[in-house]
Design a protein around this ligand. Structure first.
Ligand code: GTP
Ligand code: MG
Length: 242
């Protein structure tokens, strides 16, 4: 029987708010405005997932689907140094792929089943999950088709998380267009893209925002086992930290 593992975020405060980190066998969504640290969190967890369990890791390999071209091996190497692991080895343990469109995003996910079948992987990053859907399906006319295709993608990702004991970490943007956000759930301009289909697919959702100075704030939104609470963190050369 597979056992659920928690992977640390790099911030003790944020880990505490998440009861120890993000759980395997679940889909998780991290959303927020630009430069709030979504990609940095993805990089940090791509290193931590490889660490021993007593260091908050899962002793696993990582798959990384990059839809925006913002993956930086140099950052992985710097974060690896913080945790005292070999920087080249840390990079080698990450199966990286760049998706150029939604079809490719789905194909890459399907193709990863072969990697995951080795039982060596514990983290799948999708940074970001919605950006290609937003460029491939433009306007209201294509919205229902988009949501249908997105739903298939998310069901597959959920299956994989459960079958292969993975943390699936998806990042997402918040929509700035008030018309677009009104289309879904609200009018406050802080709604994540993807609508109800994405919201319901994610087990734990984290809303990130900028705080004072270098500080960032994460708010846990509808998690099954954590109350709604906030944690602060900072972005350093060594990744997400307190
Ligand atoms: P979008 O993808 O644009 O929506 O943003 P994001 O949420 O993915 O932001 P990202 O994770 O790229 O965070 C960008 C922030 O991380 C910037 O404010 C940088 O200052 C900070 N950052 C990136 N690299 C480093 C680093 O090496 N050292 C430090 N201290 N900060 C860094
Ligand atoms: Mg980013």
């Amino acid at each position: 029987r597979k056992r659920c593992i928690r992977i640390s975020t790099g911030s003790k405060q944020l880990d505490a708010a998440l009861n120890g980190g993000f759980q395997t066998m679940s889909l998780n969504e991290v959303y927020g405005e630009f430069r709030c640290g979504k990609t940095q969190l993805a990089h940090t967890m791509a290193v931590i997932a490889q660490l021993p369990k007593e260091m908050g890791g899962a002793e696993g390999k990582v798959a990384y689907i990059d839809t925006e071209g913002t993956f930086r091996p140099e950052r992985i190497m710097e974060i690896a140094e913080r945790f005292g692991v070999d920087p080249d080895q840390a990079c080698e343990n990450i199966a990286y792929a760049r998706a150029q469109n939604t079809e490719m995003q789905t194909e890459l996910l399907d193709g990863l089943a072969a990697n995951f079948a080795t039982n060596e992987y514990r983290l799948l990053v999708i940074d970001s999950v919605m950006s290609l859907y937003r460029t491939d399906y433009v306007g209201r006319g294509e919205l229902s088709e988009r949501q249908q295709v997105l739903g298939q993608f998310l069901r597959r990702a959920t299956q994989m998380a459960e079958e292969f004991n993975l943390v699936v970490l998806m990042t997402n943007q918040v929509m700035s267009d008030p018309g677009a956000s009104a289309l879904f759930a609200g009018v406050d301009g802080r709604k994540p893209a993807g609508g109800h289909i994405l919201a319901h697919a994610s087990t734990t959702r984290l809303l990130l925002r900028k705080g004072r100075g270098e500080e960032r704030v994460a708010k846990i939104v509808d998690s099954p086992d954590c109350p709604e609470r906030e944690a602060t963190y900072i972005i350093t050369t060594g990744g997400i930290n307190d």
